[in-house]
Design a protein around this ligand. Sequence first.
Ligand SMILES: [Mg+2]
Length: 289
Amino acid sequence: MDCFRIKFYRTAKGLLMVTSTDSRRLTAIEALVLESDSSADVGSAARPAFFLDFDGTLVDLAPTPEGVVAPEGVVALLDRLAAACGGAVAILTGRPLDFVDARLAPLRLTAAGQHGAELRLPDGTTVTARSEPLGVARTRLTALATDWPPGILIEDKGLAVAVHYRAHPDLGAEVDAAVAALTEDLGPALHLRRSKMVAEVTLAGVSKGRALDRLMREPPFRGRTPIVIGDDVTDDDAFEAARGFGGLSFQVGSRAGHRADFEIDGPAEVLRLLDELARGGPAGRRPSP
Ligand SMILES: [Mg+2]
């Protein structure tokens, strides 16, 4: 029931091709690699465990946070991937778990929601951080928002409060500064987390990296090689954490200063890659009903 082995190639375009060494797939794999004339084996990993961001990684970003939809087939794909590696697939997201569960239904993968403030362990139990420190932040952000135009959205996730300014990028610096000042004022129990067009007040001590560390202590993740795929600055913690376990990380799209080992174009390419990997799994394993 061991997982397939995978290899990584860097292509002339800087794109990565991840390939199975399963001989049944070799012809297709070689064809992929041959698209690049300067491919070189830059690493390999056996028995991977996958830690996948959601927005901007498995799904394209949308104009509003609620507008995100999972592309057709993504649920079946994640199910096949999990079946191919003993269930070692986790979602690491800034979203609440409920949000991701609704979009990936009926799948309920191991997952860290709200950057790890909610953690669903592989056995299905959920560990939730204390939310009290966020009470005052919530009230004060709501008051601040009265000065902002309607397109600036306050998203109360329960264990984090996010301010989205995608509709008003011109106000980004102002909004960010206001949220930063408020967070600073409220003391060390809270932490400002910045991502694409979002400034978010979160609980201190919570990160995707810590979530990965925690999950790597549990079967079926324990002893595997973590592969992290994410697009945003909040994924950097997980990229670094993976390195501590000898793992590998992928930045989706370009981002200055990212801490991933490799880059990959976008969600469509991520899904294609995961599909390749899921196909490379042991023969005879099929998606669960
Ligand atoms: Mg993301």
